[in-house]
Write a protein that binds this ligand. Structure first.
Ligand code: NAP
Length: 339
Protein backbone atom coordinates (compact mmCIF):
# COMPACT_ATOMS: atom_id res chain seq x y z
CA UNK A 1 0.00 0.00 0.00
CA UNK A 2 1.20 3.55 -0.71
CA UNK A 3 2.67 5.15 2.37
CA UNK A 4 1.44 8.63 3.22
CA UNK A 5 3.60 11.26 4.88
CA UNK A 6 2.41 14.48 6.53
CA UNK A 7 4.75 17.35 5.62
CA UNK A 8 3.96 20.46 7.66
CA UNK A 9 4.29 23.89 6.01
CA UNK A 10 3.96 22.83 2.36
CA UNK A 11 4.57 26.40 1.13
CA UNK A 12 8.15 26.42 2.45
CA UNK A 13 11.42 26.00 0.55
CA UNK A 14 12.58 22.80 2.23
CA UNK A 15 9.05 21.35 2.47
CA UNK A 16 8.56 21.91 -1.28
CA UNK A 17 11.71 19.99 -2.16
CA UNK A 18 10.72 17.26 0.29
CA UNK A 19 7.24 16.92 -1.25
CA UNK A 20 8.92 16.71 -4.68
CA UNK A 21 11.16 13.87 -3.56
CA UNK A 22 8.42 12.01 -1.67
CA UNK A 23 6.04 12.11 -4.65
CA UNK A 24 8.87 11.01 -6.96
CA UNK A 25 9.54 8.01 -4.70
CA UNK A 26 5.90 6.94 -4.77
CA UNK A 27 4.73 8.28 -1.42
CA UNK A 28 1.41 10.06 -0.98
CA UNK A 29 1.62 13.37 0.87
CA UNK A 30 -0.61 15.33 3.22
CA UNK A 31 0.57 18.86 3.80
CA UNK A 32 -0.52 21.74 6.02
CA UNK A 33 -0.72 25.40 5.03
CA UNK A 34 -1.96 28.41 6.95
CA UNK A 35 -4.47 29.39 4.27
CA UNK A 36 -5.86 26.85 1.83
CA UNK A 37 -7.45 29.57 -0.28
CA UNK A 38 -4.08 31.29 -0.74
CA UNK A 39 -1.77 28.29 -0.98
CA UNK A 40 -3.59 25.27 -2.43
CA UNK A 41 -3.73 26.65 -6.01
CA UNK A 42 0.03 27.27 -5.87
CA UNK A 43 0.74 23.74 -4.62
CA UNK A 44 -1.60 22.14 -7.19
CA UNK A 45 0.12 24.12 -9.95
CA UNK A 46 3.51 22.81 -8.79
CA UNK A 47 2.40 19.17 -8.69
CA UNK A 48 -0.36 18.92 -11.32
CA UNK A 49 0.08 15.17 -11.72
CA UNK A 50 -0.24 14.39 -8.01
CA UNK A 51 -4.05 14.36 -7.88
CA UNK A 52 -5.28 12.60 -4.73
CA UNK A 53 -1.73 11.63 -3.79
CA UNK A 54 -1.41 15.21 -2.52
CA UNK A 55 -3.90 16.43 0.09
CA UNK A 56 -3.78 19.97 1.47
CA UNK A 57 -5.04 20.85 4.98
CA UNK A 58 -5.37 24.16 6.77
CA UNK A 59 -3.55 24.17 10.13
CA UNK A 60 -1.60 26.82 12.05
CA UNK A 61 1.22 26.02 14.45
CA UNK A 62 -0.61 28.04 17.11
CA UNK A 63 -4.04 26.36 16.99
CA UNK A 64 -5.45 22.81 17.12
CA UNK A 65 -7.87 23.16 14.21
CA UNK A 66 -7.07 20.96 11.25
CA UNK A 67 -4.25 18.89 12.77
CA UNK A 68 -6.27 15.72 13.42
CA UNK A 69 -7.51 15.70 9.82
CA UNK A 70 -4.01 16.36 8.47
CA UNK A 71 -2.54 13.41 10.41
CA UNK A 72 -5.33 10.94 9.61
CA UNK A 73 -4.12 8.01 7.52
CA UNK A 74 -0.45 9.01 7.65
CA UNK A 75 2.47 6.66 8.36
CA UNK A 76 5.06 9.33 9.18
CA UNK A 77 5.35 13.05 9.87
CA UNK A 78 8.01 15.46 8.64
CA UNK A 79 7.52 18.54 10.78
CA UNK A 80 9.17 21.25 8.72
CA UNK A 81 7.08 24.39 9.44
CA UNK A 82 8.58 26.99 11.74
CA UNK A 83 8.98 30.75 11.39
CA UNK A 84 12.28 31.70 9.71
CA UNK A 85 12.18 35.46 9.13
CA UNK A 86 14.88 37.67 7.60
CA UNK A 87 14.89 40.19 10.43
CA UNK A 88 14.94 39.95 14.21
CA UNK A 89 11.50 40.37 15.84
CA UNK A 90 11.08 42.82 18.72
CA UNK A 91 9.58 40.06 20.83
CA UNK A 92 11.49 36.75 20.74
CA UNK A 93 8.26 34.89 21.53
CA UNK A 94 7.09 35.63 17.98
CA UNK A 95 9.54 32.87 17.04
CA UNK A 96 10.02 30.82 20.18
CA UNK A 97 6.31 30.20 20.85
CA UNK A 98 5.31 28.92 17.37
CA UNK A 99 8.51 26.87 17.11
CA UNK A 100 8.05 25.16 20.48
CA UNK A 101 4.24 25.00 20.67
CA UNK A 102 3.97 24.08 17.00
CA UNK A 103 6.39 21.19 17.39
CA UNK A 104 4.61 19.89 20.49
CA UNK A 105 1.24 20.27 18.77
CA UNK A 106 2.51 18.34 15.73
CA UNK A 107 3.89 15.61 18.03
CA UNK A 108 0.71 15.32 20.11
CA UNK A 109 -1.53 15.01 17.06
CA UNK A 110 0.84 12.54 15.39
CA UNK A 111 0.83 10.43 18.56
CA UNK A 112 -2.97 10.57 18.82
CA UNK A 113 -3.17 9.39 15.21
CA UNK A 114 -0.89 6.43 16.07
CA UNK A 115 1.99 7.64 13.88
CA UNK A 116 5.26 6.00 14.87
CA UNK A 117 7.84 7.98 12.92
CA UNK A 118 8.40 11.71 13.41
CA UNK A 119 11.13 13.59 11.54
CA UNK A 120 11.71 17.08 12.94
CA UNK A 121 13.35 19.77 10.82
CA UNK A 122 15.49 21.32 13.49
CA UNK A 123 18.63 23.30 12.65
CA UNK A 124 22.30 23.78 13.31
CA UNK A 125 20.89 26.66 15.34
CA UNK A 126 20.28 23.99 18.00
CA UNK A 127 23.90 22.77 17.75
CA UNK A 128 26.49 25.43 17.18
CA UNK A 129 25.77 28.66 19.09
CA UNK A 130 26.61 30.20 22.44
CA UNK A 131 30.03 28.54 22.61
CA UNK A 132 32.51 31.19 21.44
CA UNK A 133 35.53 29.04 22.36
CA UNK A 134 34.59 26.38 19.77
CA UNK A 135 34.78 26.49 15.98
CA UNK A 136 33.92 22.86 15.11
CA UNK A 137 30.62 21.17 15.92
CA UNK A 138 28.89 17.89 15.24
CA UNK A 139 25.68 16.02 16.06
CA UNK A 140 26.65 15.66 19.73
CA UNK A 141 26.81 19.43 20.39
CA UNK A 142 24.04 21.61 21.76
CA UNK A 143 23.66 25.37 21.60
CA UNK A 144 24.27 27.02 24.95
CA UNK A 145 21.23 29.20 25.61
CA UNK A 146 22.66 30.69 28.78
CA UNK A 147 25.15 32.61 26.61
CA UNK A 148 22.30 34.72 25.16
CA UNK A 149 21.62 33.94 21.50
CA UNK A 150 19.38 35.57 18.83
CA UNK A 151 15.65 34.67 18.96
CA UNK A 152 15.70 32.35 15.92
CA UNK A 153 18.59 30.35 17.39
CA UNK A 154 16.72 30.12 20.69
CA UNK A 155 13.49 29.10 18.95
CA UNK A 156 15.09 26.13 17.21
CA UNK A 157 17.04 25.00 20.28
CA UNK A 158 14.03 25.21 22.59
CA UNK A 159 11.83 23.39 20.05
CA UNK A 160 14.23 20.47 19.57
CA UNK A 161 14.84 20.11 23.31
CA UNK A 162 11.09 20.22 24.01
CA UNK A 163 10.39 17.63 21.32
CA UNK A 164 12.97 15.18 22.67
CA UNK A 165 11.70 15.64 26.24
CA UNK A 166 8.09 15.19 25.14
CA UNK A 167 8.79 11.98 23.22
CA UNK A 168 10.76 10.55 26.16
CA UNK A 169 7.83 11.09 28.51
CA UNK A 170 4.75 10.61 26.31
CA UNK A 171 5.60 8.45 23.30
CA UNK A 172 8.16 5.72 24.00
CA UNK A 173 7.24 3.80 20.89
CA UNK A 174 7.47 6.80 18.57
CA UNK A 175 10.71 7.01 16.57
CA UNK A 176 11.81 10.65 16.66
CA UNK A 177 14.88 12.12 14.97
CA UNK A 178 15.93 15.59 13.91
CA UNK A 179 17.45 16.89 10.70
CA UNK A 180 19.75 19.83 11.46
CA UNK A 181 20.59 21.85 8.34
CA UNK A 182 22.84 24.91 8.40
CA UNK A 183 22.28 27.58 5.73
CA UNK A 184 20.18 26.03 2.99
CA UNK A 185 20.74 26.86 -0.68
CA UNK A 186 20.11 25.12 -3.99
CA UNK A 187 17.59 25.29 -6.82
CA UNK A 188 14.55 27.46 -6.14
CA UNK A 189 11.06 26.86 -7.41
CA UNK A 190 9.60 30.37 -7.34
CA UNK A 191 10.21 33.93 -6.14
CA UNK A 192 8.96 33.21 -2.60
CA UNK A 193 12.52 32.78 -1.33
CA UNK A 194 13.63 31.40 1.99
CA UNK A 195 15.77 33.73 4.11
CA UNK A 196 18.92 31.71 3.36
CA UNK A 197 18.59 31.99 -0.43
CA UNK A 198 18.14 35.76 -0.14
CA UNK A 199 21.88 35.94 0.66
CA UNK A 200 22.84 34.67 -2.81
CA UNK A 201 20.12 36.73 -4.50
CA UNK A 202 21.30 39.92 -2.83
CA UNK A 203 24.90 39.15 -3.68
CA UNK A 204 24.06 38.63 -7.38
CA UNK A 205 21.99 41.82 -7.43
CA UNK A 206 24.87 43.87 -6.03
CA UNK A 207 22.86 44.73 -2.94
CA UNK A 208 25.94 44.17 -0.73
CA UNK A 209 28.41 46.98 -1.48
CA UNK A 210 31.13 44.98 0.30
CA UNK A 211 31.37 41.68 2.17
CA UNK A 212 31.55 41.47 5.95
CA UNK A 213 34.05 38.97 7.34
CA UNK A 214 31.49 36.31 8.15
CA UNK A 215 30.47 32.94 6.79
CA UNK A 216 28.36 29.84 7.23
CA UNK A 217 28.34 26.13 6.53
CA UNK A 218 26.36 25.26 3.42
CA UNK A 219 23.48 22.79 3.16
CA UNK A 220 21.93 21.82 -0.16
CA UNK A 221 18.12 21.75 -0.13
CA UNK A 222 18.22 18.47 -2.11
CA UNK A 223 20.41 16.88 0.59
CA UNK A 224 18.19 18.23 3.36
CA UNK A 225 15.10 16.73 1.73
CA UNK A 226 16.92 13.48 0.98
CA UNK A 227 17.95 13.15 4.62
CA UNK A 228 14.27 13.47 5.59
CA UNK A 229 13.24 10.80 3.07
CA UNK A 230 15.99 8.40 4.17
CA UNK A 231 15.09 8.98 7.81
CA UNK A 232 11.49 8.05 7.00
CA UNK A 233 12.57 4.89 5.18
CA UNK A 234 15.44 3.69 7.42
CA UNK A 235 15.11 0.85 9.94
CA UNK A 236 13.87 1.97 13.35
CA UNK A 237 17.12 1.54 15.26
CA UNK A 238 19.11 3.40 12.61
CA UNK A 239 17.27 6.65 13.27
CA UNK A 240 15.70 6.48 16.75
CA UNK A 241 16.74 9.59 18.71
CA UNK A 242 19.32 10.57 16.07
CA UNK A 243 20.43 14.04 15.04
CA UNK A 244 21.37 14.50 11.41
CA UNK A 245 23.27 17.70 10.61
CA UNK A 246 23.24 18.27 6.85
CA UNK A 247 26.23 20.47 6.12
CA UNK A 248 29.19 20.38 3.81
CA UNK A 249 31.90 23.03 4.23
CA UNK A 250 32.06 26.32 6.06
CA UNK A 251 32.50 29.14 3.54
CA UNK A 252 33.28 32.79 4.22
CA UNK A 253 31.15 35.25 2.24
CA UNK A 254 34.31 36.01 0.25
CA UNK A 255 34.35 32.28 -0.73
CA UNK A 256 30.69 32.56 -1.80
CA UNK A 257 31.64 35.51 -4.00
CA UNK A 258 34.68 33.74 -5.48
CA UNK A 259 32.62 30.62 -6.28
CA UNK A 260 29.86 32.64 -7.94
CA UNK A 261 32.38 34.62 -10.00
CA UNK A 262 34.22 31.45 -11.09
CA UNK A 263 31.20 29.21 -11.80
CA UNK A 264 28.58 31.69 -12.98
CA UNK A 265 30.62 34.64 -14.35
CA UNK A 266 27.76 35.83 -16.58
CA UNK A 267 25.54 36.26 -13.48
CA UNK A 268 28.18 37.53 -11.08
CA UNK A 269 29.06 40.97 -12.48
CA UNK A 270 27.62 42.73 -9.43
CA UNK A 271 29.01 40.32 -6.85
CA UNK A 272 31.19 42.43 -4.55
CA UNK A 273 34.95 42.02 -4.45
CA UNK A 274 35.66 44.36 -1.55
CA UNK A 275 35.77 43.43 2.11
CA UNK A 276 33.68 45.49 4.55
CA UNK A 277 35.90 46.62 7.44
CA UNK A 278 34.70 45.46 10.84
CA UNK A 279 34.34 49.07 12.06
CA UNK A 280 31.84 49.76 9.23
CA UNK A 281 29.78 46.70 10.25
CA UNK A 282 29.81 47.88 13.87
CA UNK A 283 28.78 51.42 12.88
CA UNK A 284 25.99 50.16 10.62
CA UNK A 285 24.72 47.83 13.34
CA UNK A 286 23.83 50.92 15.38
CA UNK A 287 21.28 52.01 12.77
CA UNK A 288 20.41 48.92 10.68
CA UNK A 289 18.85 46.18 12.86
CA UNK A 290 19.77 43.38 10.41
CA UNK A 291 23.45 44.30 10.76
CA UNK A 292 23.36 43.44 14.48
CA UNK A 293 23.26 39.74 13.60
CA UNK A 294 26.15 40.26 11.16
CA UNK A 295 28.14 42.03 13.85
CA UNK A 296 27.70 39.02 16.15
CA UNK A 297 29.04 36.73 13.41
CA UNK A 298 32.18 38.69 12.50
CA UNK A 299 35.21 36.38 12.08
CA UNK A 300 33.25 33.55 13.67
CA UNK A 301 34.33 30.24 12.16
CA UNK A 302 31.53 27.76 12.84
CA UNK A 303 32.15 24.48 11.04
CA UNK A 304 29.28 22.01 11.42
CA UNK A 305 30.12 18.46 10.41
CA UNK A 306 27.59 16.38 8.49
CA UNK A 307 29.83 13.32 8.35
CA UNK A 308 27.71 11.41 10.88
CA UNK A 309 24.65 11.91 8.67
CA UNK A 310 26.49 10.70 5.56
CA UNK A 311 27.69 7.60 7.44
CA UNK A 312 24.40 6.67 9.13
CA UNK A 313 22.03 7.47 6.26
CA UNK A 314 24.50 6.31 3.61
CA UNK A 315 24.79 9.10 1.09
CA UNK A 316 27.22 11.84 0.06
CA UNK A 317 26.34 15.52 0.18
CA UNK A 318 26.46 17.69 -2.91
CA UNK A 319 29.61 19.82 -3.19
CA UNK A 320 28.91 23.38 -1.93
CA UNK A 321 30.34 24.91 -5.12
CA UNK A 322 27.72 23.00 -7.08
CA UNK A 323 25.04 24.07 -4.61
CA UNK A 324 25.88 27.76 -5.03
CA UNK A 325 26.12 27.45 -8.81
CA UNK A 326 22.73 25.74 -8.97
CA UNK A 327 21.23 28.41 -6.68
CA UNK A 328 22.45 31.22 -8.94
CA UNK A 329 21.43 29.47 -12.16
CA UNK A 330 17.93 28.70 -10.92
CA UNK A 331 17.45 32.28 -9.65
CA UNK A 332 18.32 33.44 -13.18
CA UNK A 333 16.27 30.74 -14.93
CA UNK A 334 13.17 31.74 -12.96
CA UNK A 335 13.76 35.42 -13.78
CA UNK A 336 14.26 36.24 -10.09
CA UNK A 337 17.65 37.82 -10.76
CA UNK A 338 18.60 39.27 -14.13
CA UNK A 339 21.93 38.52 -15.79
P1 NAP B 1 10.42 28.89 4.66
O1 NAP B 1 10.48 28.71 3.20
O2 NAP B 1 10.31 30.28 5.22
O3 NAP B 1 9.27 27.98 5.26
C1 NAP B 1 8.77 28.14 6.54
C2 NAP B 1 7.42 27.44 6.59
O4 NAP B 1 6.90 27.51 7.93
C3 NAP B 1 6.38 28.08 5.68
O5 NAP B 1 5.65 27.05 5.06
C4 NAP B 1 5.51 28.86 6.65
O6 NAP B 1 4.18 29.02 6.21
C5 NAP B 1 5.54 27.93 7.84
N1 NAP B 1 5.11 28.64 9.06
C6 NAP B 1 5.71 29.67 9.69
N2 NAP B 1 4.97 30.05 10.76
C7 NAP B 1 3.88 29.24 10.77
C8 NAP B 1 2.72 29.13 11.61
N3 NAP B 1 2.51 29.93 12.67
N4 NAP B 1 1.81 28.17 11.33
C9 NAP B 1 1.97 27.34 10.27
N5 NAP B 1 3.03 27.40 9.43
C10 NAP B 1 3.97 28.34 9.69
O7 NAP B 1 11.72 28.30 5.35
P2 NAP B 1 12.58 27.00 5.04
O8 NAP B 1 13.96 27.47 4.72
O9 NAP B 1 11.90 26.08 4.13
O10 NAP B 1 12.64 26.39 6.51
C11 NAP B 1 11.87 25.27 6.87
C12 NAP B 1 12.38 24.70 8.17
O11 NAP B 1 13.77 24.46 8.06
C13 NAP B 1 12.20 25.62 9.38
O12 NAP B 1 11.88 24.80 10.48
C14 NAP B 1 13.59 26.23 9.55
O13 NAP B 1 13.82 26.60 10.88
C15 NAP B 1 14.46 25.05 9.14
N6 NAP B 1 15.81 25.43 8.71
C16 NAP B 1 15.99 26.22 7.60
C17 NAP B 1 17.28 26.57 7.22
C18 NAP B 1 17.56 27.45 6.01
O14 NAP B 1 18.69 27.92 5.86
N7 NAP B 1 16.59 27.66 5.13
C19 NAP B 1 18.38 26.12 7.98
C20 NAP B 1 18.14 25.29 9.09
C21 NAP B 1 16.85 24.95 9.43
P3 NAP B 1 3.69 30.36 5.41
O15 NAP B 1 4.04 30.13 3.96
O16 NAP B 1 2.25 30.42 5.67
O17 NAP B 1 4.45 31.52 6.02
Amino acid sequence: MTKRVLVTGGTGYIAGELIDQLLARGFAVNTTVRSKARSEPRLRARWPEAGDRLQVFEADLLADAGWAEANAGCDAVAHVASPFPMGVPKDKDDLVVPAREGTLRALEHANQAGIKRFIHTSSAAAIAYGQPEKDYFDYTDWTNLTAGVPPYIESKTVAERAARDWVAVHAHDMVYCSINPVAVFGPVHDADLSTSVQVVKKMLEGRFPALPDMGMSVSDVRDVARAHVLAIEAPTETVRGERFPTATRFLWLSDFAAILRARTPELARKVPTRRMPDWVVKLLSLVVPAMRQVRGELRNLREVSGRHTEEVLGFTFIDPGQTLEDTARSLAAKGIVRA
